[in-house]
Design a protein around this ligand. Sequence first.
Ligand code: C2E
Ligand code: CA
Ligand code: CA
Ligand code: CA
Length: 279
Amino acid sequence: AKQEGKDKILFYKKDIQTNNLNHVQMANKLQSAIENEEFMLFYQPQFKLNTGEIVGLEALIRWNHHEEGFISPVEFIPVAEDTGQIYSIERWIVKTALAQKKQWEKEGLGHVELSINLSGKTLTSDVNFQELEILLSTFDVDYSKITIEITETAIISNVDLVIRRLNRLKAKGLKIALDDFGTGYSSLTYLKKFPINIIKLDRSFIQLIPKNSIDTVIIKHILSLAHDLRYEVIAEGIETREQLEYLKKCFCENGQGYLLSKPLSQEKVNELMNSFRLK
Ligand code: C2E
Ligand code: CA
Ligand code: CA
Ligand code: CA
């Protein structure tokens, strides 16, 4: 048993070493991705569940590496956050998303809302938050139709600073969504301290729905509590009819997920929006 334990520790150490190596390699690759503009934004439609109409689009970054193909944001965002590369990546994201929003407004699609994911890093860095504000002031778009998505971990560090900054964003008209709700440890009543408009119910919750167990009861009550606290709710990761029907039954107003639509390229999303407009 002792021997086994030892091996495990060795294995673990080796794991850390490979991870560090991957980390450095990833950081280097990211540097050239930033310089060569290998990023793209995809947009996942968000739907009003009882009418099926598209109410918004969530911008999601895609990295098409010239040799390796698509690399997931789950892999590179954490590295970029560690190295600080997230700042330039996020400036590119915000710029690109706002330019796209402006384009949609010109095409008569100004009513469609746009969500942008923001790392907690940008929110808590003085210089980079200021740059974000400058960026926001250079685009003449309808900010009341823009939502910033942040995660719980991003807001529970530096509570006062984060509250101040979120309020500055809200003063420009933007809405704030709490992403991945349910994966952290804070209760909704605690989160009430933060100026949040929208709660995004994490996919891990939605996945529980098929089971007719205690979990579906929990979801129903989270939805009811969120509504009583005057939050708007978006359910994430809806993959089955069953999940959709249950959410509708619990008065969940909005949702996104593969059942409704995968994230789409800019061209595909334009096609989709045009077909909606013609109707
Ligand atoms: P997220 O913000 O929670 O985004 C939702 C993720 O779930 C997206 O993955 C989306 O493609 C995926 N998804 C949507 N519907 C379904 C479904 O029905 N089933 C399943 N299994 N997945 C679904 P993606 O694009 O790979 O992004 C993963 C995470 O990477 C995001 O989670 C977000 O935390 C981060 N990320 C993506 N784009 C950005 C960005 O532009 N900025 C920042 N800061 N983070 C980003
Ligand atoms: Ca998100
Ligand atoms: Ca999420
Ligand atoms: Ca997530």
